[in-house]
Design a protein around this ligand. Structure first.
Ligand SMILES: [Mg+2]
Length: 148
């Protein structure tokens, strides 16, 4: 698999910078946003994002609200929620709303890498299935010589 392409969305700037640097060293292409609003704008400009790692607790648009909008704008992009003990309930709500997984803060980098990789893989397999289904559909409409 080519390097996963992910976005970190978290209002804690030093946290984001540290994690982004560590992920970069592990062959994960990472961009950052520091609010839900900024995350959504950045998502619009980067339609090949595989995974969003999303903080639950942010001022302004919180993680849950951001998750809903991400899933609406880009249903195949997988989301991993970052949570603390105090916001565990929101993380669970996030999972019910389609988040791929969650991680407790402060997060273990190896655990984050492993979850990001499996989320990216799931997203790409999903994309591939859709691509194959579209080919099948074309084939059934126009016959096998369409690709000749
Ligand atoms: Mg926060």
């Amino acid at each position: 698999m080519t390097a996963p392409f992910i976005m970190l969305v978290d209002d804690e700037v030093p946290f984001v910078e540290t994690i982004a640097k560590r992920l970069g060293k592990r062959n994960i292409k990472t961009i950052s946003a520091f609010s839900g609003e900024e995350g959504l704008e950045t998502l619009k400009k980067n339609d090949t994002l595989d995974v969003v790692v999303l903080d639950v607790k942010m001022p302004g648009m919180d993680g849950l609200e951001t998750l809903k909008k991400i899933k609406k704008a880009s249903p195949l992009t997988e989301v991993i929620m970052l949570t603390g003990h105090a916001t565990m309930e929101s993380a669970i709500d996030g999972m019910k709303l389609g988040a791929y997984d969650y991680l407790m803060k402060p997060c273990d980098i190896e655990e984050l890498v492993s979850k990001v990789e499996s989320a990216a893989q799931k997203k790409r397999e999903h994309e591939k299935k859709i691509e194959e289904a579209l080919k099948q559909e074309t084939l059934s409409k126009y016959g096998p010589f369409y690709y000749a």
